[in-house]
Design a protein around this ligand. Structure first.
Ligand code: HXC
Length: 530
């Protein structure tokens, strides 16, 4: 043994010191606070990470980081890790970067060191091209650290923006997420909120009471239900923490690691050429009658035929339900589905639906997820509220998103495609790659009844039997204009297909388009009307 070699005792002592330090760090805010966390139905940061990742794959980074703040009794508390656990791990064998705020340490509040840890793991995610999953449970900016806490948030937000469109970013909200802190999840691609314990808001009940005299509680202000149904901030709601973590694992199965990788392919169990005869009966013969477009989605995506579970993950299912968006697999390849929903508001496009679909389209485009659009809409929602709310600006986002998207774009007009909505919904004019329609599709400036009332107003006024004349003119209009063959004759619709051919034709188009190349003009970025 040379003098520079460690003795067995020294090695053993190092091991003991390290184990002790690790054990201390893992204590978080101490047993009492961990108990309080559990009593609220919440897990600790480390328990959550364990539940999220594949077993034994977590490599922690920054376990021994502590804050360097002084004053307000901060000298007394130097918890290792500074209230956030960060590191890398695997989900279904694929690497991810992860952080989980530890509410048992200073309420998971964000100070300088805490923020630097999060920003560092985000930078690593960007540099290595792996998705970032953030678990939020925090009282917000650490009050004792003043402007350093705000600076830390600024660093996090900056990294969120750098990561946007480079790696998928997913936020899981499992506790409070208050004040400006909400802007980090808001920038990310998907937000999952757990029922009851997750709350997101810019200004809390106390501030609201002071300023507006309104009395409101956390749940009705910013609970999961509010953000999933009213604000559109949350994409998924989970019944408990394990459900939230499981949903994220499932969501990641559709997503590529980064903007340079293709989305992951899974061996499909479903016949790509499977006929979809069930769709023949699905659409009511009366064009005014609703149906649930999710039944069409279920029929065309993998697994849906023969009563199996369709491979479809609906996104923002509770928000702006007049449009349905979600991730699905077709022949094992992930696709993004955008579909008007005739069962809600007849499938009109309004402000919220336009925003919802536009953001999803941009996500899919950023990450090479082909778009499949199912069209059945009478158009944009008329009304003073919509006009004053800026439906012009919001509807333009949807148009912009489709036009700028260069991923494969396949569309199928199921029934109505009227007016501006026809153009907006992935039309040929916005460079749809393959535009299909069913034989009963109505593609026109407006519906037959409205059109006849406008162009034949005088004639109807003068007619002896105006109802009979209106019915006759409506029939004429429908046969001459409101069908897919006029558009098909111009080449705006590439083919008219039978409902039973839907899955096979969409799949074939996607297969042909898989290596699509599209050039766009060189520019810094477009100026989407936000
Ligand atoms: C420091 C904090 C903290 C904070 C909570 N704690 N929030 N410490 N800075 N922001 C500490 C508490 O002192 C307590 O410490 C522990 O965390 C748990 O807090 P409790 O209040 O006991 O928990 P609970 O009853 O569950 O209430 C949670 C809460 C409440 C709703 C989050 O703590 C709260 O309202 N906190 C303040 C929220 C806030 O206003 N934050 C600033 C927002 S502005 P002990 O030692 O007792 O365990 C903001 C700006 C960001 O964040 C700007 C970014 C641009």
């Amino acid at each position: 043994m040379t003098e520079t070699t460690m003795s067995v005792t020294e090695i053993e002592s190092n091991r003991e010191t390290l184990e002790q330090k690790r054990a201390e760090a893992c204590l978080g805010g101490g047993e009492a606070r961990v108990e309080r966390q559990h009593a609220k139905g919440k897990q600790t940061a480390r328990e959550r990470i364990e539940a999220l990742l594949d077993p034994d794959t977590f490599s922690e980074v920054g376990m021994f980081v502590t804050h360097r703040a002084t004053g307000f009794r901060m000298e007394e508390a130097h918890p290792a890790g500074d209230g956030v656990v960060t590191g890398t791990g695997r989900i279904d064998g694929r690497p991810v970067c992860v952080f989980a705020q530890d509410f048992t340490v200073l309420g998971g509040s964000v100070g300088e060191a805490h923020g630097q840890k999060i920003a560092k793991i985000m930078e690593l995610a960007i540099r290595t091209g792996v998705p970032l999953v953030g678990i939020n449970d925090s009282g917000g900016a650490r009050i004792q650290e003043g402007v350093d806490a705000l600076a830390a948030y600024g660093e996090i937000f900056y990294q969120n923006v750098q990561a946007s469109g480079v790696v998928p970013q997913i936020s899981i909200i499992l506790g409070p997420c208050a004040g400006g802190a909400v802007y980090s999840p808001a920038i990310t691609d998907f937000v999952v909120m757990v029922e009851k314990t997750a709350h997101m808001f810019i200004t809390g009940p106390q501030v609201i009471r002071a300023v507006t005299h309104e009395v409101v509680d956390f749940e009705s202000l910013g609970g999961a239900g509010v953000h999933a149904e009213l604000s559109g901030v949350a994409h998924f709601v989970a019944k408990d923490e394990d459900d939230a973590l499981a949903q994220v694992r499932w969501l990641l199965s559709y997503l590529p690691q980064n903007n340079l990788d293709p989305p992951p392919h899974q061996q499909a169990q479903d016949d790509p050429g499977r006929s979809t005869p069930e769709l023949v009966e699905l659409i009511p013969t009366d064009p005014q009658h609703p149906y649930d477009v999710r039944d069409v989605i279920a029929a065309v995506v993998d697994g849906g035929g023969g009563g199996g579970a369709a491979d479809f993950l609906e996104v923002q299912a509770g928000y702006a339900q007049n449009v349905v968006i979600g991730l699905a697999r077709m022949d094992g390849y992930p696709v993004g589905i955008v579909a008007n929903q005739p069962a809600v508001l007849a499938g009109v496009i309004d402000i919220d639906a336009a925003d919802k679909a536009a953001r999803f389209i941009r996500f899919c485009d950023a990450f090479h997820v082909p778009l499949v659009t199912l069209v059945d809409t009478p158009g944009f929602l008329p009304g003073v509220d919509q006009e004053h709310g800026g439906v012009i600006r919001h509807g333009a986002k949807l148009l912009f998103a489709y036009a700028e998207a260069t991923v494969p774009k396949v569309s199928l007009v199921l029934r109505k495609a009227y007016g501006g909505a026809y153009i907006v919904m992935s039309s040929k004019h916005l460079r749809g790659d393959l535009n299909l329609a069913w034989p009963d599709a109505e593609i026109a400036v407006m519906g037959p009844e409205g059109a006849v009332d406008i162009i034949f107003r005088r004639e109807l006024f003068e007619a002896e039997d105006s109802d009979a004349r209106r019915a006759e003119l409506t029939r004429d209009y429908r046969s001459q204009l409101a069908n897919p063959f006029v558009a098909a004759a111009r080449g705006y619709i590439d083919d008219v297909i039978l409902p039973s051919e839907s899955r096979a034709r969409i799949l074939e188009a996607l297969a042909v388009l898989r290596d699509k190349r599209a050039a766009t003009p060189k520019r810094k970025h477009g100026n989407i009307p936000l």
